[in-house]
Design a protein around this ligand. Sequence first.
Ligand SMILES: [Zn+2]
Length: 248
Amino acid sequence: MSLTPSALAPTPHIGPSHHLFYASLFRREEWLHRLTRAFEPWVDRTWAEARARLEGSFKRRFARLDGNRLEEMIDDRPVDSFLESLSKDLEAYEHNLFDLIAAHHVRTSPDEDGSSWLRDLEEASMLWGRQLAQECLLAPAADRIAHGGPYGTRTVFGLLESIQSVWLGGNYAWRPILVRRYTREELEFEPRACAHCRPDFVSPRSAELSCRMEALLIRGFARALTPHVDHNRIRGASYCMDRFIINS
Ligand SMILES: [Zn+2]
């Protein structure tokens, strides 16, 4: 074994919670890419230039988030600093992208409904949520994150654990949700990191768009994971509220 500088560098301590959080960032980035692809059939010629500017300003930062293992992507910083910085970059990219979409004048023909582009984005969000749930269900039993007793993911516990682990990155970050109601059939939580609560979303329109798309992703995820679940995200005065009811 050669003692190259990289071989001599201390190995950062990376634990399961770091991997979980890193994976959730990758899934969020993929969600944003899918929304972008769903929006592109509706754009006019000004979009390409605006999007290229946005991508250009984040390209170098996202070189560290490409689906490879965290050990391969981390630089010489402590893992917590690395992940925090990556998370902040992704948040900044997200609000810039939603600002761009919300401000863009879509190209529609006379017979097209002006909200069709919105339906395409909603569908892309629901589908990505569904796909994440299917990956979760296909995971080997030993690796399955949601193991809420004999009914597995079909319980409120399984649903909550799965959303937290797969979409919100587990407990690594500050708890991004506040559970308000938790019974055998019902679950309510405030998504405290929803765009309505994030100061970087300065445009109410883009905050509304982001919140709505994330709610649909969670709905697609929940329905694929837990049959017979109803989900709604309700806009409150201070926080939004995700409400699930499992119908037996
Ligand atoms: Zn919201």
